[in-house]
Design a protein around this ligand. Structure first.
Ligand SMILES: C[S@@+](CC[C@H](N)C(=O)[O-])C[C@H]1O[C@@H](n2cnc3c(N)ncnc32)[C@H](O)[C@@H]1O
Length: 296
């Protein structure tokens, strides 16, 4: 994946910081084993979550595995995390398969999730994390295998699961048409030869988790809310984040002329682009977070 995607994930950090549900996070902290747990994060991307959890004092020692199907992103993660550690004055050391950050050993694993679940694995994890990932996979198919990566009674924290509602303000006459088509594209997406997405993953996770014998012990909303400050500037790199969201919608719909007229899509994108440049665009995406324990 191009480095533009790495910049999108870095820009998303401050958006996720605000969005992550604090009630569910408190439950994660309560459930988390003391000492030096073994944490596995799937679809970890650039590794911004491990940095956040160290910043927030939720993780500090043990092993933290970043698993992702995108090798370039994992290479980027090594650099991004080592720069982050330097900025925090943390003792850091690059290792052949990852890096050491203070007392935490970060390991990078390049694997596609479906294939990873089919293979045999060594040590099980105490904590399993997936942030902004489960809405990109076939949850009923992968969830039982995912939970088997945990020790019995191990802790999961599944966050930023999209739940079928996006709001752009000010309203535009083509909003409903564009979002309906975009959701349909998400629902029909195939990646790595498998179904890869569900625009209503958030609400469906209540049922999927229960069916897998791991009902949520805490759940709550983690909506992305992005708007410019009083000076008309978006915080951090969030203008880039919004540009990426608009490009994602454009790329998904550009060949879907049966769903959105090219002229309507072009008009919608042009208006949204001008509103973004003027600091007038507000973006809200509804998402849900969950924490609980694996069966047993
Ligand atoms: C939206 S990004 C989120 C990245 C990171 N969790 C974050 O929040 O910044 C989704 C990530 O999941 C990875 N991914 C998607 N499908 C995957 C799969 N089937 N197996 C492994 N990784 C996958 C992508 O490469 C990407 O890094």
């Amino acid at each position: 994946m191009a480095s533009g995607y790495a910049r999108y994930l870095a820009a998303k950090t401050t958006v996720d910081d605000r969005a992550l549900n604090r009630h569910v996070l408190a439950e994660l902290r309560r459930l988390m084993p003391a000492g030096a747990p073994r944490v596995l994060e799937v679809g970890a991307g650039l590794g911004t979550m491990v940095a956040r959890l160290m910043d927030w004092g939720a993780v500090g020692a043990g092993e933290y595995v970043l698993l992702d199907a995108d090798r370039q992103l994992l290479d980027g993660a090594r650099r991004w995390l080592s720069d982050w550690a330097v900025a925090r004055d943390l003792r850091g050391e690059l290792l052949p398969d990852g890096l050491q950050v203070g007392d935490l050993r970060v390991r990078l694993v390049h694997a596609e999730l479906g294939r990873y679940l089919q293979a045999a694995h060594g040590a099980l994890a105490d904590v399993l994390i997936a942030n902004a990932v489960l809405d990109l996979v076939d949850v009923p198919a992968v969830l039982p295998g995912l939970l088997r990566l945990l020790v019995p009674g191990g802790v999961y924290w599944f966050t930023i699961n999209y739940d079928g509602e996006t709001i752009f303000e000010p309203a535009h006459p083509h909003d409903d048409q564009v979002m309906r088509a975009y959701h349909r594209d998400m629902d029909e997406r195939v990646r790595y030869g498998r179904p890869a997405g569900d625009s209503r993953t958030g609400r469906r996770l209540f049922h999927y988790l229960r069916a897998a014998g791991a009902p949520a012990l805490a759940a709550g909303s983690s909506d992305w809310v992005v708007s410019a400050g009083p000076d008309g500037n978006y915080p951090g790199d969030e203008a880039y984040f919004l540009r990426s969201i608009l490009s994602t919608i454009q790329n998904a719909l550009r060949s879907r002329e049966d769903r959105v007229e090219p002229g309507d899509l072009a008009d919608w994108l042009a208006v949204r682009g001008r509103q973004l440049a003027a600091g007038e665009l507000v973006y809200i995406a509804h998402q849900l977070d969950f924490a609980g324990r694996s069966p047993g």
